[in-house]
Design a protein around this ligand. Structure first.
Ligand code: 5AD
Ligand code: SF4
Length: 444
């Protein structure tokens, strides 16, 4: 029982948790395989944020059931938020499953996998002290390293299952995190992204999030720092000042709005009003010129009227987000809103979602068009997926930039002139001078 196939669903926190699991497994002598067919054990690291996420995993388990019919010794496990959410019910519901392990059980993973070979095992105890601060993740090879600085969430927004699946908020000690950043840089990573459900509420008892940004900014060899996702109510003057003053902290924030209606924000228990949110945006923009802003929005929350929805669209226009993740409300068991009658039917949710997608498409196009003719600094990530003659990377504003392969190495910072834009991508070139002289020649 040594070869594990691991598949990850959901958010970046899950990607980082999978790297943590791989670290734990490899140290215990397990190895990772690329295909389910080659594995002794299959693990799905799952998400419970919307019903659709769980349905996808249940569908995938159906596929693994067929594989297991052919290979009865195969161990199949579900890890992460859906495991925590459904707990033992998962073992009952699915005959294919041997292991259910929640987000606070990964330290025991090698042992759990061995036991699961004999009988079904569930480890779904949340542990308010578990931070995995002493466990080194096995990071991927990209330019970007994901560093979990905080686990769990104490906000209990009424729609959200995360406080129930990931437990109470806890922060990792700052010295451990700076150690992780230094080792990530030594391993070749150029950018770190600090992760937490309300990452700017980070506090380890001695340091807050501003301290963490400033300490990371001093790490030699690191080029860029980002973080996700902050909560608007925790965007303190200290954090804004640290962002403004630390050159490595990129001028980009993903700041979930959820709704632009005060009535709905109140029902969601987001702890801020539309005006409070706009005030945070104003303070951020005053301190960090040219700041890029993205957001999360939910349409069709119980009680959302056409008027509430209009307030959301108006707020999106007012802020002029560079990009947005837009979701239809999905009622989740355990949350406060679960028992509230749904007042927006599926068709209307769909219409509202489509309207916001169209709006965001226009806002993104406007924001990207404004970069045409300007130079941006790109951290090169490698060859573009669609066109292998091109390279791709992110600008400081976290916009995807593609440009011709000019021999730049992955991990290099490159000045790129933007020549065209779509709502999703900037198209650039590094041959600015060459282009200029060619056009001069053709003119003469
Ligand atoms: N339904 C729809 N979207 C949700 N999100 C969280 N819970 C739900 C839910 N029950 C969205 C929020 C959050 C993002 C990660 O997922 O917008 O910011
Ligand atoms: Fe969920 Fe709200 Fe916590 Fe974000 S802040 S993880 S939406 S409960």
């Amino acid at each position: 029982m040594k070869r594990v196939f691991l598949e990850t669903y959901g958010c970046q926190m899950n990607v980082a948790d999978s790297e943590l699991m791989i670290g734990v497994l490899e140290r215990a002598g397990f190895s990772l395989v690329e295909k389910p067919d080659d594995a002794d054990a299959i693990l799905l690291n799952t998400c419970a944020i919307r019903e659709h996420a769980e349905q996808r995993v249940l569908g995938r388990l159906g596929e693994f059931a067929r594989l297991k019919n052919r290979r009865p010794g195969l161990v199949v496990g579900v890890a992460g938020c859906m495991a925590q959410h459904l707990r033992a019910r998962l073992l009952d519901r699915s005959t294919v499953l041997d292991l259910v392990v929640g987000p606070d059980g990964y330290r025991a993973l090698p042992d759990l996998l061995r036991r699961a070979a004999d009988e079904p095992v569930a480890h779904v105890r949340l542990d308010r002290d578990e931070t995995y601060g002493d466990l080194e993740p096995r990071r991927g090879s990209g330019v970007r390293a994901w560093v979990t600085v905080q686990r769990g969430c104490d906000k209990f927004c009424t729609y959200c299952v995360v406080p129930y699946t990931r437990g109470r908020e806890r922060s990792l000690p700052l010295p451990d995190l700076i150690g992780q950043v230094e080792r990530a840089v030594a391993a070749g990573h150029r950018e770190v992204v600090f992760l937490g459900q309300t990452v700017n509420a980070y506090h380890d008892g001695r340091h807050d999030f501003a301290d963490l940004l400033r300490a990371a900014d001093r790490v030699a060899g690191l080029a860029r720092i980002r973080y996700t996702s902050p909560h608007p109510s925790d965007m303190s003057a200290r954090v804004i000042a640290a962002m403004a003053e630390c050159p490595k902290v990129m001028p980009q924030v993903h700041l979930p709005l959820q709704s632009g209606s005060d009535r709905i924000l109140e029902a969601m228990r987001r702890t801020y009003t539309r005006a409070d949110y706009l005030d945070v945006v104003e303070r951020l923009r005053a301190a960090i010129p040219g700041l890029a802003l993205s957001t999360d929005i939910i349409v069709g929350f119980p009680g959302e009227t056409a008027d509430d929805f209009e307030h959301t669209a108006a707020t999106m226009r007012e802020v002029g987000f560079d990009s947005a993740f837009l979701f239809k409300y999905s009622a989740r068991p355990d949350t406060r809103a679960w028992s509230w009658p749904e007042t927006v039917d599926e068709a209307e949710k769909g219409r509202r979602l489509t309207a916001l997608i169209d709006l965001q498409q226009r806002l993104s196009a406007a924001s990207n068009d404004a970069t045409v003719g300007h130079d941006v600094e790109v951290l090169v990530e490698g060859r573009a997926r669609r066109n292998l003659d091109q390279l791709h990377g992110k600008s400081a504003h976290f916009k995807t930039v593609v440009f011709e392969d000019d021999g730049s190495a992955t991990g290099e910072l490159r000045r790129v002139r933007i020549v065209a834009a779509t709502p999703l991508t900037l198209i650039g070139t590094t041959r600015v001078r060459a282009m200029a002289s060619e056009s001069l020649v053709s003119i003469s």
